[in-house]
Design a protein around this ligand. Structure first.
Ligand code: COA
Length: 343
């Protein structure tokens, strides 16, 4: 026989799927009701409820030893228990947060150490209120590509620590509360499971509409008299951004997946303001049961928002295997992101 043997290309490894094997959450016990805020600033329960839909929020209590990393660790422990896994099974821990206590180490390292995740990788991601959606998109693709099998993702913020609870800060402080939510992502042999369309966006030119200054040089022009370590938000600008981007993002994600709004079983959305959620529900003609709302009980919990909603829906048995679930968020940066999951 002459000639070269036909080159034989090894078969592609089977495409992996990714599933959400477990979820968990931790809401601190201490509450801040609208009545509490009435005592701290010039505001009313009626004003807050009508503009935001919020009745109360939770708040970490440092006197009880609570902080971003302690509640993150508790949420991830819950997600591992739900997945019937040990911390030592994790290959990587990602914590999405803007509330990390120290610049070094990361919150993720504290969490991995606390829960006993051995030598698992640990890293924080900061995409403000979009953090959990960014982090699950990245974790999903790391598993899909075959590099990792089990990744713990936490979304946690403790923004009560950077609120100005005086009348000066009332436009922002009424919105935010503290929470941690977590999910364990696992490789599965079923390639149909996992993210079927995702998007991650930012507009860094609009950063000044929502920021937390640490040093004098962090202030934008015209911010004289403002304090360090306090969150500042231009509510009207963020509202305009959110209403437009939220709806455009849902439309873009559906378009990428070749689906219509009715095809999706649940929209798990960042709880920024009840009016913003309602505008998306109306635009896409969604029934109330498809767009979960818990903002009345917890406020806007930034990175904690989407994973807490996800956990509440899963633990109520409302999210089932095979369903289509879209995670959607937007926030400081400015950032906006989505992930459409086949559960
Ligand atoms: N109680 C009473 N009055 C308040 C108040 C409060 N807590 N906060 C602001 N006001 C006053 C303002 O001082 C202003 O008074 P003036 O007209 O005499 O100047 C008036 O109410 C209107 O203020 P404005 O900031 O325009 O209110 P708004 O209708 O835009 O509502 C938000 C404020 C924050 C509720 C709204 O802008 C919002 O939800 N924005 C989006 C925020 C968001 O989603 N952020 C998170 C992104 S992740």
């Amino acid at each position: 026989m002459t000639g070269r043997a036909a080159s034989v290309r090894p078969p592609d490894p089977p495409r992996r799927g990714v599933r959400i094997a477990g979820t968990g959450m931790l809401l601190p016990e201490d509450r801040i009701t609208n009545a509490d805020l009435e005592k701290l600033m010039e505001t009313t329960d009626e004003w807050i409820l009508q503009r935001t839909g919020i009745r109360e929020r939770r708040r970490v209590n440092p006197a009880k030893g609570e902080s971003c990393w302690t509640i993150s660790a508790q949420a991830l422990r819950g997600a591992l228990a739900d997945a019937k896994m040990d911390a030592a099974d994790l290959d990587l821990v990602i914590v999405a947060t803007v509330s990390t206590e120290q610049a070094c180490p990361s919150t993720a390292c504290r969490v991995a150490g606390e829960i006993g995740a051995g030598a698992a990788g640990a890293v924080d991601m900061n995409a403000a209120c979009c953090g959990f959606v960014y982090a699950t998109n990245v974790a999903h693709d790391l598993i899909r590509a075959g590099s990792y099998r089990n990744i713990g993702v936490v979304g946690c913020d403790t923004l009560s620590e950077v609120m100005d609870y005086s009348t000066e800060g009332r436009g922002t402080a009424i919105l935010f509360g503290d929470a941690a939510g977590a999910a364990v992502l696992r490789a599965t042999d079923d390639p149909s499971r996992g993210i079927i369309a995702q998007a991650m966006h930012s507009d860094g030119t609009s950063w000044r509409h929502l920021y937390i200054p640490r040093r004098a040089r962090d202030f934008p022009a015209g911010a004289e008299g403002k304090k360090l370590g306090v969150m500042y938000m231009n509510g009207r600008e963020v509202f305009k951004f959110a209403v437009t981007k939220f709806c455009d993002l849902i439309a873009q994600t559906l378009d990428r997946a070749g689906l219509t709004p009715d095809d999706v079983d649940h929209y798990v959305c960042h709880q920024s303001n009840a009016r913003i959620l309602e505008s998306a529900r109306e635009r896409f003609g969604l029934p109330q049961e498809k767009l979960y709302v818990n903002i009345d009980r917890v406020g806007n919990t930034s990175s904690g928002s989407v994973p807490v909603c996800l956990h509440e829906l899963r633990s109520a048995g409302r999210i089932r295997e095979g369903q289509l679930v879209m995670l959607v968020a937007f926030g400081g940066g400015l950032t906006w992101a989505s992930g459409l999951w086949r559960m």
